[in-house]
Design a binder for this molecule. Structure first.
Ligand SMILES: Nc1ncnc2c1ncn2[C@@H]1O[C@H](COP(=O)(O)OP(=O)(O)OP(=O)(O)O)[C@@H](O)[C@H]1O
Ligand SMILES: [Mg+2]
Length: 232
């Protein structure tokens, strides 16, 4: 029982007017530390719903979510927020950076929110991450002064800088051209291989999915395939 993430019989039903939308229908998933997992499946099959529940942004209708031994579904809102800050790093399709802050400012906010107060270690980590993401020279730029690919790399740096137990990424290359997608995927892959960062990434692109070691395919709120990618 050393998986970093475990769901048991997860269901999510949205109520829209008088209609129930069954977004997740009894989903069981287990991810071990150090894994890089991609999630694929048609639009509306429940991928983002799953990711939001895994990250504690959304409460499931039933079932359990266990992250690093803590059961998310039994926590209060405040405890869930705290667990999210300590253990989860999010990367979204839209980069969600603070537009008025420099890249450095965006990272500092993340570190401040995390608030661990271990400056020397944090500084080493920060340099390592910036180097890996090739952002050292861009720290004074504001988001509008960065390319889309660079903005996403800042967003990834922000997600990874506090060494979360798990990075949850929802179509991180969805807004990027193919060249920048390749760069961002390569960097996620290096974060996984070189820092042992656990990553769960939603993508529509089979080439992006193949960068991960394991692929999960969803249909109608459940997992229909779960396999290892031969080339990794
Ligand atoms: N807040 C909401 N309220 C009501 N229904 C929702 C809500 N969010 C999602 N849904 C519905 O739940 C189902 C799953 O949606 P979800 O966003 O998880 O799909 P997805 O697999 O991420 O799709 P995409 O690939 O288009 O992003 C869909 O039928 C969607 O319409
Ligand atoms: Mg989605």
């Amino acid at each position: 029982m050393d998986e970093i993430l475990l769901t048991e019989n997860l269901t999510m039903t949205y109520r829209v007017g008088k209609v129930d939308v069954h977004a997740l229908r009894g989903l069981n998933l287990s991810v071990n530390p150090g894994e890089f997992v991609s999630i694929m499946g048609p639009s509306g099959c429940g991928k983002s719903t799953l990711l939001h529940i895994l990250g504690g942004l959304l409460q499931p209708t039933s079932g359990r979510v266990i992250i690093g031994g803590e059961d998310l579904t039994t926590l209060s809102d405040a405890e869930r927020t705290d667990l999210r800050r300590r253990k989860i790093g999010f990367v979204f399709q839209r980069f969600n950076l603070f537009p008025t802050l420099s890249a450095e400012g965006n990272l500092k906010i993340a570190e401040h929110i995390h608030g661990k107060g271990k400056p020397s270690r944090d500084n080493r980590m920060r340099l390592e991450v910036l180097k890996l993401l090739q952002l050292e020279n861009k720290m004074r730029h504001k988001p509008l002064e960065l390319s889309g690919g660079e903005q996403q790399r800042v967003a990834i740096a922000r997600a990874v800088i506090n060494r979360p137990a798990i990075i949850l990424a929802d179509e991180p290359t969805g807004n990027l051209d193919s060249e920048n997608s390749k760069i961002v995927l390569d960097m996620l892959s290096r974060l996984n291989r070189e820092l042992g960062q656990t990553i769960v990434m939603i993508t529509h692109n089979p080439e992006a999915a193949a960068v991960a070691r394991r692929t999960i395919e969803m249909r109608d709120g459940t997992i229909v395939k779960d396999y290892l990618n031969a080339s990794n």
